[in-house]
Design a protein. Sequence first.
Length: 275
Amino acid sequence: MAQLLQAIDEAVAYIRTRTDLVPQYGIILGTGLGNLAKELDIVAQFSYRALPHFPISTVESHSGRLLLGYLGGKPVMVMQGRFHYYEGYTLQEVTFPVRVMRSLGVERLIVSNAAGSVSPHIRTGSLMIIEDHINLLGKSPLMGKNYDELGPRFPDMSQPYDSIMIAIAERIAQERGYFVHKGVYAAVPGPNLETKAEYTYLHRIGADAVGMSTVPEIIVGVHSGMRTFALSAITDDGYPPQRVKPVSLEDVVRVANYLEPQMTDIIKGIIEQLD
Ligand code: HPA
């Protein structure tokens, strides 16, 4: 194509039949983290099913709605539920909504996820601001033809996470007394969780947390010229090996739900404090 460009245009045109709100922030909510939507003054909402070219989420813990409205007085667009590589989508499909966000006007992308810790200093029940990442998906969402209208062929990744948003998040967390760390997030394909040997490997290569999302969306965000920020809810411990326990989706969702008010506070605070 031009297929990708046309698909973006069609999704944008459909959304524009229902609202002319120009979102400044794009927010992607991860597993167990969908409640931020309750804080939103909603102007328009769409089920992913209704949106042209949107894949349909197959994970039950994600509700699959796109919301446009106001948060902290700013126009935002929220993905309640995201698409994962392990569901069988291509990374271009996984990141399609980010392209749509950008085309609607989004300048800053904020992403949340649930992740396992591979740092001995970061424990279950704390938050980690992502400072840098390691892409272990074996692919990039930018593979294939590059559309110069969307971004450069070889985008720089020396500083994918915005230092100003990180500083604001740290300050908010400190003021409220939240346990927040900064670290490196490694993206793996999933859907199985890691073996003890894999968690240890991730620790040794320099990761602090591991999860199955976020990096594709951040890469496309950076490619398309957005400033990006990402926050992990640490839902289980992967290192050292003695700390590894069997992990269930229920455990992940329970801890993410517990951390959700803190994440919401931080995300809302960032949006309020920036112009
Ligand atoms: N590994 C990968 N993804 C995850 C984990 C984990 O331990 N916890 C939550 N998402």
